[in-house]
Design a protein around this ligand. Structure first.
Ligand code: NAI
Ligand code: MG
Length: 495
């Protein structure tokens, strides 16, 4: 396999290890697991298979770093400089990080570099500004005690939660790590991160950057491993908070695992997001945006707009334009700038997505365009649009996590809002309309954590992201993530 970046070559040749207490270490057992290049299925690297004994060491390191107080007590502007430096180093190494992410995940090098890496850097830059702005309030208690002349001085302090376990998925490996590490660091917490077993590498390169930026030993620990490693971390009694992004199924296991010590939990889970195209939409923009909505990252995005509701008046025009445009999308590897649809992350995801394609056909939906696996090496599928589906079909109800959408016809606003909200999930929604009143009216009625109007996948580090219903608990990004990583202490002093 050809690799452009000397840094990536050196990184892969160095047999990457885990980061515990500022040291690069193997698993205690000596065991490793392989991570693959999805474009070819070849082994890319072997990394340590962290087990509960390694998780114990990482949690203990994070606990020592937290209790020693050096990180949380550091002058806020010093912490800001370190976090800002992380962002600068990520920009400096953007091409290396982007190529590594593409090799491990399969996504386009270009997109990884400009979208994943740059957004991850922006996330650190955004949270770099927070340490000097974390404040409490002063309060005037009015409780009447026996002595009404007794006065009080009360105030609140915003304090870190403590040791944070962060478990991330493979679809945006570096970015999801950044979404979680940046606010945790800004607020003075310490971290044990577990990257996904399919894509452990960019988090480890981020670990090198954290150390280079001056994050002290033990403040961020990175344990590579599988689901069991994550389970050991989420059930650990010395972990104060667990933040998880991944499947709704595992999200429920995290909630169970957190019972033991009632650690705080935040969850970013699955989705089956509606994308509604009204008759007054700019059709060309809606076609392009709809395609982006369900094919971005080869559809491996929790917020993907996969239920496409199209007004009856424009249904034929819209779906034929959609089919024509989807039919031209080139399927190919992430190192080819022409590839619009890059491979899925793994054989498991390929099986899952092709399973849904077969289920859709067997249930009687019609393939408007796509519908098949491409080639027999690498994990490629065609971008696919189904039509003639009914609301009970699995392709309409379940998260497929591939470039697969279902187009459905509607005739009025109330009807489409009811259909859009008919889901266990509530992560995102798209609206395409040129009518301002309709945009606001419908946005207010959709049960989703984010609504995009005449755009899709439009993120910003300052805007909260998260789900209604079974799409999760809590919101990441923006000031909301500061809430997730802090707790409030009230201090009341009798004067
Ligand atoms: P997953 O939810 O199993 O994996 C996500 C992370 O959780 C990984 O780091 C994994 O090692 C860890 N994990 C697995 N089992 C665990 C456990 N019992 N305790 C703690 N951590 C655990 O997702 P998977 O199996 O990779 O993908 C299956 C489906 O989940 C996808 O097809 C997709 O529908 C959905 N998914 C959703 C994501 C999102 O962004 N919301 C991301 C990845 C997957
Ligand atoms: Mg799994």
């Amino acid at each position: 396999m050809s690799i452009a970046s000397a840094k990536v070559k050196e990184f892969l040749n160095s047999s990457p290890r885990m980061l515990i207490d500022g040291e690069w270490v193997s698993a205690k057992s000596g065991q490793t697991f392989d991570t693959h290049n999805p474009a070819t299925g070849e082994v890319l690297a072997s990394v340590p298979l962290g087990a509960s004994e390694d998780v114990d060491l990482a949690v203990a390191a994070a606990r020592r770093a937290f209790d020693a107080g050096g990180w949380v007590a550091m002058r806020p502007n010093t912490r800001e400089k370190i976090i800002w430096r992380i962002a600068e180093l990520m920009d400096e190494y953007a091409a290396d990080l982007g190529e590594l992410e593409s090799l491990d995940n399969g996504k386009s090098v270009g997109i990884a570099t400009v979208a994943d890496v740059r957004f991850a850097a922006e996330c650190f830059r955004y949270y770099a500004g927070w340490p000097t702005k974390l404040t409490g309030t002063t309060n005037n208690p009015s409780m009447l005690l026996a002595d009404p002349s007794q006065e009080f001085h009360a105030y609140t302090r915003r304090e870190p939660v403590g040791v944070c376990a962060q478990i991330v998925p493979w679809n945006f490996p570096l970015l999801m790590a950044a979404w979680k590490i940046a606010p945790a660091l800004a607020t003075g917490n310490t971290v044990v991160l577990k990257p996904a077993e399919q894509t452990p590498l960019s988090a480890l390169m981020l670990g090198e950057i954290l150390l280079e930026a001056g994050v002290p030993a033990g403040v961020v620990n990175i344990v590579t491993g599988e689901g069991e490693t994550g389970a050991a971390l989420s059930s650990h009694d010395d972990v104060d908070k667990v933040a998880f992004t991944g499947s709704t199924e595992v999200g429920k296991l995290i909630v169970e695992a957190a019972r033991g010590n009632l650690k705080k939990v935040s969850l970013e889970l699955g989705g089956k997001s509606p994308n509604i195209v009204f008759a007054d939409a700019d059709i060309a923009a809606a076609v392009a945006g709809t395609i982006m909505g369900f094919t971005f990252n080869s559809g491996q995005a929790c917020e993907s707009g996969t239920r496409v509701y199209v007004h009856a008046d424009i249904y034929d025009e819209f779906t034929s334009a959609l089919a024509a445009a989807v039919g031209t999308l080139k399927v190919g590897p992430g190192n080819d700038p022409e590839s619009a649809i890059t491979p899925l992350v793994s054989q498991e995801q390929l099986d899952r997505v092709t399973g849904y394609l077969e289920a859709g056909k067997a249930d009687g939906a019609r393939v408007l365009v796509g519908g098949e696996r491409v080639g027999d090496s690498g994990y490629y599928v065609q971008a696919t649009v189904f039509v003639d589906a009914t609301p009970d079909m699995s392709i309409v109800r379940e998260e497929i996590f591939g470039p697969v959408a279902v187009a459905m016809k509607f005739t009025d606003e109330d009807e489409v809002i009811a259909s859009a909200n008919d889901s266990d999930y509530g992560l995102a929604a798209g609206i395409w309309t040129t009518n301002l009143s309709r945009a606001h009216r419908v946005a207010a009625r959709l049960k989703a954590g984010q609504v995009w109007v005449n755009t899709f996948h439009a993120f910003d580090a300052g805007l909260p992201f998260g789900g209604y219903r079974q799409s999760g608990w809590g919101r990441e990004l923006g000031a909301e993530s500061i809430e997730l990583y802090t707790q409030i202490k009230a201090v009341n002093i009798a004067l």
